[in-house]
Write a new protein. Structure first.
Length: 287
């Protein structure tokens, strides 16, 4: 069965309202208010097909994210408040396995991924890049999915993250360590962790941020994904790079657009999102 996007999710994602605002969330808590008209319209159109995630459950997911980060801090890891890089000398790539922390998804991206995660229902989410677990928690809190994460394992907090996620979500997280270029090839060859009948209903690419690694991840996931599965690519501008853009966004964006041009996936421009001044995602769908 083809994976589909719930209409209400699509309407919400492409509206001009920031996701955190639409969910009634602010940095330290939540504001009141009724459900947005666009979300109500989508729910009425889909009826029972809509994965109902109430404002209360969104609040609970944000609370669980903060609890998860606090548990990591108590374990000795200086997890950032809202996805910032924590580096010793001010350079983005200056973290080490000795405890410095790589930046992760912001609260806005957490909300975006939670809404996307609703579309996977009881299926499987496959992702490259676990880091300290923001995306995995977003998916598992928003739905009953199982998440298969492929992570390089260069940070010493990754295993603790996996342990905490499985404690919180009753064993629904699976972690494969190593270079995703190789570990995804092993998965394609039937060497695990996915079983022969299992396919990825939703894909999130946030692993190595070179063009070659992003290209390999997109192509390998194409062979592991269910027909019609959505693929979300972090640090990527779908319509083209903004003026003066430098760094890994350029490489990841080119890998995504090349994959669309080659027919590896189809672009879903209306679902792409610029979340803040340094965070943007591309969205596509496998044939």
């Amino acid at each position: 069965m083809r994976s589909i996007v719930a209409l209400g999710v699509l309407v919400s994602l492409v509206s001009g309202t920031p996701l955190a605002e639409e969910a009634g969330l602010v940095e330290a808590g939540c504001a009141g208010g009724d459900e947005s008209p666009s979300l109500m319209q989508g729910r009425r159109a889909l009826g029972k097909g809509w994965a109902t995630v109430t404002k209360d459950s969104r609040r609970q997911c944000l609370t669980e994210l903060e609890q998860h980060k606090q548990e990591l801090r108590q374990a000795g890891f200086d997890i950032p408040r809202d996805g910032e890089h924590i580096a010793g000398d001010g350079h983005e790539r200056s973290w080490t396995p000795d405890g410095l922390i790589e930046g992760g998804a912001t609260h806005l991206e957490f909300e975006f991924l939670s809404k996307i995660g609703e579309t996977a229902g009881e299926g499987i989410v496959c992702q490259t890049g676990l880091n300290y677990g923001t995306s995995a928690l977003a998916f598992m809190c928003a739905s009953t999915v199982r998440v298969f994460s492929f992570d390089l394992g260069e940070h010493n907090y990754v295993n603790k993250t996996h342990e905490l996620l499985n404690r919180r979500f009753h064993g629904r997280h699976h972690l494969t360590l190593g270079d995703s270029v190789k570990t995804l090839q092993h998965a394609v060859a039937g060497e695990g962790p996915l079983k022969a009948h299992e396919k990825c209903n939703l894909v999130f690419v946030d692993g190595g941020h070179t063009q070659d690694v992003a290209k390999a991840d997109l192509e390998n996931f194409a062979r592991l994904a269910a027909p019609g599965a959505l693929v979300v690519v972090d640090d990527c501008y779908q319509a083209g790079d903004p003026p003066n853009l430098t760094g890994w966004h350029v490489f990841v964006g080119k890998a995504f657009r090349d994959a669309v041009a080659a027919g590896v996936l189809m672009g879903e421009m209306e679902l792409s999102k610029t979340l803040d001044h340094y965070r943007s995602v591309c969205v596509g769908r496998y044939p």
